[in-house]
Ligand binder design. Sequence first.
Ligand SMILES: Cc1cc2nc3c(=O)[nH]c(=O)nc-3n(C[C@H](O)[C@H](O)[C@H](O)COP(=O)(O)OP(=O)(O)OC[C@H]3O[C@@H](n4cnc5c(N)ncnc54)[C@H](O)[C@@H]3O)c2cc1C
Length: 419
Amino acid sequence: MIVGAGAAGMWAAQACARAGASVLLLEKTKRTGTKILASGGTRCNLTTTLDSNKAGRLFGPAGERFLRPALRNLTPQGVVDQFEAWGVPCVTADLEKIFPESQKAKDVRDAMELAARQAGVEIRPNTRVMGIERVLDRYRLTLEEGEPIEALTLMLCSGGQSFPGSGTTGDGYAWLRSLDLKVAPPYPALAPLRSSEAWVHELSGIALQDAEVRLLNSAGKELMRRRRPVMFTHKGLSGPAAMDVSGIVAREQERARFDSRVPHFTLSIDLCADQTWEQLRDELIEASRASGSPRLARALGSRFPRRLVEAVCAQAGVPPNPPIAQVSKAMRHKLVETFKGLCVLVEGTLGFDVAEVTGGGLDLKEVNPRTMEVNRYPGLYVFGELLDVDGPIGGFNFQAAFSTAQLAAQHALSSSGIQ
Ligand SMILES: Cc1cc2nc3c(=O)[nH]c(=O)nc-3n(C[C@H](O)[C@H](O)[C@H](O)COP(=O)(O)OP(=O)(O)OC[C@H]3O[C@@H](n4cnc5c(N)ncnc54)[C@H](O)[C@@H]3O)c2cc1C
């Protein structure tokens, strides 16, 4: 029995049924893979071009260690091969992403559902699991409607609690706690960042394709660095760079929930990531020698919108977009410093409603990373986003869901003597 017909649940369901197991897949919403349909801007970034080792490193030290057997067993290339075998050709895109060639998330969801149905999986939509008990050698599930059902082998992959409209409202955490399993408090990850700075809101709509961001705590310590696109919004910052660091912001704030002071952060944005400090300085010196003394925005080859240049000037304490010949050495120094580290105060994230994944979840020490079986409960498997593991934007979260699901399926089959 599998709870949750998302990415992980459908992968495990088809893998088990293909090998001959009898599989019942319970899903709370009216359809399968609701989150897959919304993923990647409805294009579904289903995995990455990185190999298992490189992909694993992006889950942080604990996540990498835990995921190593799963990612080696089902690699990103293995996921591509499986989708292509299901008739979903894949293409690579910028930033090491892989999408279905059709650019339709629906094709990914449909292929998984079809594979499950053809293998004989019984899919039961509109079926909400309310609770789980261990009864002798079985697991008994209480449902919102109807009689309880029992199974010898139970797979829990009900996801996290972000994007609740897609069915994931954190139900699984309560079941795990009721079994006396340790659950790390959930927090939103891959969410836009909130900043109350008016000048940031005024830049809303401006996107930088190649920025390097550094997340700093209130003591100025660097917590994470990402080189990815970033975007100013009317609430703060978005885009992959900002969203990738958001989990740390939310996690630290969750940990400090009962403290009197909520921690604040600074996002330092390097607007000229492809240039060193000295190269940018030399570019400005060179431009100041040009005839006609263009204004700063022009002198920078118009590569930034004027609004952004003016904001950088304001943060650097320099007159807005000055004629380059009037920029003194001290002003130039301040400008270079600010272009290489535009500091935005970050007060938090926009929360679970818009977060793409949930951090926290079942403590990894409760689960055998080679099988996804819960150490203290034979026959109980937990995988996908319900685990305390989450990765950055770029297909890594689907890959983790598929790889952990595959390992669980293989082990469940061999323990039941099917394979
Ligand atoms: C907008 C958005 C875009 C995203 N884009 C990408 C992307 O492009 N690439 C990427 O790698 N990741 C992406 N993600 C993240 C990715 O979707 C998740 O990490 C992944 O779906 C996790 O898989 P899962 O099977 O563990 O959980 P889910 O896919 O969330 O599936 C869990 C399922 O369990 C069901 N369920 C919950 N509670 C119950 C219950 N009580 N009873 C029965 N069923 C229940 C839910 O309805 C749901 O169908 C995106 C997420 C969002 C929100």
